[in-house]
Write a protein that binds this ligand. Structure first.
Ligand SMILES: Cc1cc2nc3c(=O)[nH]c(=O)nc-3n(C[C@H](O)[C@H](O)[C@H](O)COP(=O)(O)OP(=O)(O)OC[C@H]3O[C@@H](n4cnc5c(N)ncnc54)[C@H](O)[C@@H]3O)c2cc1C
Length: 391
C-alpha cells in the first residue's frame, strides 16, 4: 500500500486529509504536525491582544481524524527528497510515496536590522501569547517606571494582519486602561507602513472607511514610511524615529524554513509549483498553502497566500493524488475568490463579497458577517471542525 505523508495540520493539511479520507483512497495516510491541536491562524491577532483565548481558536486534531489516519505529533526538520523520507526532530524518519507539504508560514523580517531582536511577531499560539505577555507586562510596568514609552504601541505594517490587529487593539485598550489604572488616552498606537495606500486590494471607499475608523479611534497611521531599523525602544524610518516599548511586527510572511532546509529551489521559502500543484520533476510531491507560489494564469502573478486559497489548493491536490493513484491524468488548479473580509475588531470591518452578485459592506454588518464566517475571506471554511466533518 502506498503512503501519503501530509505535513502540517493547518488549513491546507487538514483539508487534504479530509478530502483523501472522504475519497476513501487506498493508501496509508500519515499526518505530521508539531502540536496535538489545530489553531486558526486567521484569528491569532485576537489572541495576541487578549480578545480571545487559545482555546477559542483551536481544537484537538485527533478528535476530528478518522482512525485510519496515522497522526504523528513531531516537528519536521527537513525532507530527504532523494530517499523520499520526512526527517523528524524526535521520531524515526517517515518514508513516503506521495508527499503533501503544507507547513505554512513564518514571519518575514526582510533583513531589516533589529527586527528579530527588538520586535515581536506571531505565527502560532505560543508567539501570539508572547505578544500578549509583552504588552501586558510593559503596560503594568508603567506604574513603577512612569516611562511614557511603556504606553506607546507601534504596529509595523498595515497589511491585513496589521489592520486587523489595530482593530482588536481599539477594542482592547479601554480594558487595559482600567486594568492597569492608566491615564485616559495614555496608550497611543502608531502604525508604520511603507506603502502609500492602505488595503489597496479593496475598493477605495472601503479602504478609506477603514483608515478613518482607525483614526477616529485614536490610531495614528504613517503610510509611505518605510522602516529602516528597529531599535530596543523605537522604530526608525530614515531620519524619523518613533519611540515605543511595544513593537509588533506584521509586515509580511514567508513559507516554512523547512523548505530551504530541504534544498528546494525557493524564494522566501516558497516553491513555484506546476499548474497541478506538484513540484517540477517530482510528480509525487505537492506543495499547498503558504509554502506554495502558485501562478495565476489569468493575471500572470502568484495567488496571494490566504486560508481560502490554501483550502482550494488542498482540494485540487487531493483530487490529483487520487487521480495519480488510479493512473488517471491530473488537472490544473483554478480558483475563484468568494471575496474579502477585513475585520476591525469584533464589531466592525469592511468586506467585498463576490457571491450571487458583487457586494460591499462596511461597519457593524461586517462584524456580523465576520461572526458568521469567522474569517476574512473564507465563506466555505466557516469552522474547520465542521469542514472536516462535512461534504
Ligand atoms: C493574523 C492573521 C490573520 C489572517 N486572516 C486571514 C483571513 O481572515 N482569511 C484568509 O483567507 N487568510 C488569512 N490569513 C492568512 C492565513 O492564515 C494563511 O494563509 C493560512 O493559515 C495558510 O494555511 P496553511 O495551511 O498553509 O498554513 P498554516 O495555517 O500556517 O498551518 C501550518 C501548520 O503546520 C504546522 N507546522 C509548521 N511548521 C511545522 C514543522 N516544522 N513541523 C510540523 N508541523 C509544522 C503548524 O503548527 C500548523 O498547524 C491570516 C493570517 C494571519 C497571520
Amino acid at each position: 500500500m502506498k503512503t501519503i505523508a501530509v505535513l502540517g495540520g493547518g488549513y491546507a493539511g487538514l483539508r487534504m486529509v479530509k478530502r483523501l479520507t472522504h475519497e476513501k483512497v487506498d493508501a496509508h495516510i500519515v499526518l505530521i504536525n508539531d502540536n496535538e491541536y489545530h489553531y486558526e491562524s486567521t484569528q491569532l491577532h485576537e489572541v495576541a491582544v487578549g480578545n480571545k483565548e487559545p482555546s477559542d481558536i483551536s481544537f484537538d486534531i485527533r478528535a476530528v481524524l478518522p482512525d485510519s489516519v496515522d497522526f504523528i505529533v513531531d516537528t519536521v526538520t527537513s525532507i530527504d527528497r532523494d530517499k523520499q523520507q520526512v526527517v523528524l526532530k524526535h521520531s524515526q524518519p517517515v518514508a513516503y510515496d506521495y508527499l503533501v507539504n503544507a507547513l505554512g508560514f513564518e514571519s518575514e523580517s526582510f533583513g531589516i536590522k533589529g527586527v528579530d531582536e527588538y520586535s515581536l511577531s506571531f505565527n502560532n499560539i505560543d508567539s501570539a501569547l508572547a505578544v500578549r505577555d509583552h504588552i501586558e507586562h510593559t503596560l503594568a510596568n508603567y506604574a513603577t517606571s512612569h516611562d511614557e514609552n511603556d504606553l506607546h504601541i507601534i504596529v509595523c505594517g498595515a497589511g491585513f494582519t496589521g489592520i486587523e490587529l489595530l482593530g482588536e487593539l481599539v477594542e482592547r485598550i479601554p480594558v487595559w486602561n482600567k486594568q492597569y489604572d492608566l491615564p485616559q488616552n495614555g496608550i497611543t498606537v502608531d502604525c508604520i507602513e511603507a506603502g502609500k495606500t492602505i488595503l489597496p486590494m479593496l475598493p477605495e471607499n472601503l479602504s478609506s472607511w477603514a483608515v478613518k475608523f482607525l483614526a477616529d479611534h485614536g490610531i495614528t497611521m504613517h503610510s509611505g514610511t518605510p522602516i529602516t531599523e528597529v531599535r530596543q525602544h523605537s522604530v526608525v524610518s530614515n531620519d524619523k524615529e518613533f519611540p515605543g516599548n511595544i513593537i509588533i511586527w506584521t509586515t509580511g510572511v514567508q513559507g516554512s524554513h523547512v523548505i530551504c532546509d530541504s534544498g528546494y529551489a525557493q524564494k522566501r521559502n516558497r516553491v513555484v509549483v506546476e499548474n497541478n500543484l506538484s513540484v517540477k520533476d517530482h510528480p509525487h510531491e505537492f506543495l499547498i498553502g503558504d509554502v506554495a507560489a502558485v501562478p495565476n494564469p489569468d493575471s500572470g502573478r502568484f495567488y496571494p497566500t490566504t486560508a481560502q486559497i490554501a483550502v482550494a489548493q488542498a482540494d485540487c491536490a487531493a483530487e490529483n493524488i487520487v487521480a495519480l493513484l488510479a493512473g488517471k491524468p491530473t488537472h490544473d488548479f483554478q480558483f475563484s475568490s468568494v471575496g474579502t473580509v477585513c475585520s476591525l475588531g469584533p464589531g466592525s470591518g469592511v468586506a467585498e463579497i463576490d457571491q450571487m452578485g458583487h457586494w460591499k459592506f462596511k461597519g457593524h454588518k461586517v462584524g456580523l458577517l465576520k461572526r458568521l464566517v469567522n474569517d476574512r475571506s473564507v465563506l466555505e471554511l466557516a469552522h474547520v471542525k465542521e469542514m472536516l466533518a462535512s461534504r
